[in-house]
Every structure is written in C-alpha cells, then in structure tokens.
Design a protein around this ligand. Sequence first.
Ligand SMILES: Cc1cc2nc3c(=O)[nH]c(=O)nc-3n(C[C@H](O)[C@H](O)[C@H](O)COP(=O)(O)OP(=O)(O)OC[C@H]3O[C@@H](n4cnc5c(N)ncnc54)[C@H](O)[C@@H]3O)c2cc1C
Length: 314
Amino acid sequence: MILRNFELLFNDSNNFRGSVLHDEKLSKHTSMNVGGPASLFIEPADSESLVYALKCCIEGKIEFFVLGGGSNVIFCDEGIDVVICTRKLNSIQSGLEGGKTIKVGAGAVWAGVIQFCKRENLGGFEPFTGLSGTVGGALFMNASCFGLSTDSRLLNVTYLDTDDFKIKEYKKNPADWAYKVSPFNDGKKIILEAEFSVTEGFDKSLSEATIASRREKGHFKAPSAGSVFKNDGDKIAGRLIDECGLKGKTVGGAQVAPWHANFIINPEGKATYKDVLALVELIKNEVYKKHGIQLKQEVLFIDKEFCAPYTGED
Ligand SMILES: Cc1cc2nc3c(=O)[nH]c(=O)nc-3n(C[C@H](O)[C@H](O)[C@H](O)COP(=O)(O)OP(=O)(O)OC[C@H]3O[C@@H](n4cnc5c(N)ncnc54)[C@H](O)[C@@H]3O)c2cc1C
C-alpha cells in the first residue's frame, strides 16, 4: 500500500481521532535535535486511535516507529515513513487500589507527572524530577534516576499486544526487570497506560535537589539524548571515556560534552545522524583499545531501511 492510500485510513473519524502531519521534521521531536522528516507524523488523541493507527501500519506492512518524548532516540537523516507519537495520551489521575496510586497515560511527560504529584501532595517520584520524556518511553527503557527505576513503583501496565492486537494487562513481576531491562524492550507491546504506587506527601526539597544535581551535571546545557552508553556494574561508561581523553572530541557537528563524557551533544544544531553514529563508533573503539571493554549503547539509532533500532551489535 502506498502512503497516499494509507493516509486515507486516517480520514475515518469513527476510528481515528488525532492529527496527521506531512514531512514533519523529526529533529523537532527529539532532544538531540537530529533527524530527517517523517512522511507521516501521526498523533492519536486517544488509546483507541493509537491502536487503530498501529493496526493500519502492521496490516498495511508500513514501517513505523512509536515515539514518546524522543529523548533517547536518534533518527536517520533521510527520515522514515511513519511515526506514531504517543504524546497526546497524557492523562494523569489518582486512583485508589489498596493504597495510593496514580494512573498515567503512556504519553504523559515526567514534568507533568511531577507537577501532578506536587499539586496532589503525593510522594515517591521526586528522583524523576527533570527527567526528559514520557512514561511509556521510561517503561520501555526502564529509565532510572538517582536510585529509583521506573519499575520500582510500577503496579500494572495496559498494553497492545501487536502479535494478536489484543489489549492486555501486565502485572509487575520483579523478575522481568533489571538495569535498563524491561519486558517491553522487544517493541511488540505498545504501552497505553500504567499504574504506579505513590506515598502520602511530596518531598519538595528532594525534588529541588534532584533538579539542581541535573543542572550541575550539565544536563540542560546543550541538546543531547542523555547518557549514550550503559554502565556495567562498577565500569562507569563516562569514566572509561574520560580516561581515553575524549571529552570535547568532535565528529562533524556532534561532540562529546566537555563536561560529561557519557553525553554526546549537538551544540550548534548541526549534527547529523551520521556524525553521532561515527562519534559513537570512535568512542567504542577507543574504549576497547584502552580498557578492553565493549561499551553497550543506551541511545537508540533509528534507521530508514528497517525502521528498527540499530543497537550497534549486529
Ligand atoms: C538531558 C537528559 C537526561 C537524561 N537523564 C536520564 C536519566 O537520569 N536516567 C535515564 O534512565 N535516562 C535518562 N535520559 C534518557 C531518556 O530521557 C529516557 O530514556 C526516557 O525514559 C526516554 O523516554 P522517551 O519518552 O523520550 O522515549 P523515546 O526516546 O521517545 O523512545 C525510547 C524507546 O521507547 C519506545 N517507546 C516510547 N513510548 C512507547 C510506548 N508507549 N510503548 C512502547 N514503546 C514505547 C520507543 O519506541 C523507543 O524504542 C536522559 C535524556 C536526556 C536528554
């Protein structure tokens, strides 16, 4: 099915509510500010429309990518066919199921969740203050900040199983989770909503200390996708890179942050996908030469051919 015919499926207001943009620059939707256009950038307004959009892509054999906040992805310079962005699924509500809980849409950004917790005087997520991206993205990555992982307070997740298009409920099983490991990593389960436990009382000073620490580490100084490589126990990626003398190293418009060796930045907005990828490969080679350690990427490189994350390990 060609994209023009495919797009007609989204004129059906019984099945789809939301917006469809053409040739939308993905650099506008990623924290690194890198990436070519999405031929169609689809933003479903509710879960049913998201499910419909996914179904249309899968049945039509259209390559697509599910995007949250774009803070952990680098899109290729040529762009890709279809991006389905979750950011309109941003409901946040408190619930009560045997204690205090919050129910959050996959596209809710953490800034919104923290604001909600502050307003409702709910605690538990203060270490996530200042984290970029959405709840869905954090569950996929099992993002962790200052000792708290996304799964730490997770109770259950409502998701679409793209194998049989059924909406299912996942109840948290601690065995499924580890550092940067999540049962949603396979990309086949699309998160719609999640429920977390919270406590009574928002800790304002912890929240402020968290944001101050991020500021001090230079998180907000330049466009980036956060830490590029995973740590491996006491093998801290940033330290290994720093010991290779790579802080400030550039390839094209991409640079190893002079203040944080595990951040690659796009200081002048001129970096391309190829620049970032080349810098990643250079870092991996240098670290391997000096320390004999293979760094593993945390940031996902999304290429056009397969529209699948390039892990650098193929
Ligand atoms: C300045 C800065 C600081 C950062 N600090 C931290 C930190 O302290 N700790 C940390 O862990 N990370 C950190 N990150 C990385 C990043 O913010 C997290 O990984 C974040 O959780 C990614 O969420 P996102 O919504 O932006 O995901 P995206 O980048 O949009 O997507 C990431 C992956 O999640 C998938 N995905 C997104 N939504 C869904 C969904 N609904 N269902 C299924 N799959 C989905 C995407 O397909 C993609 O594969 C930082 C990034 C920046 C820019």
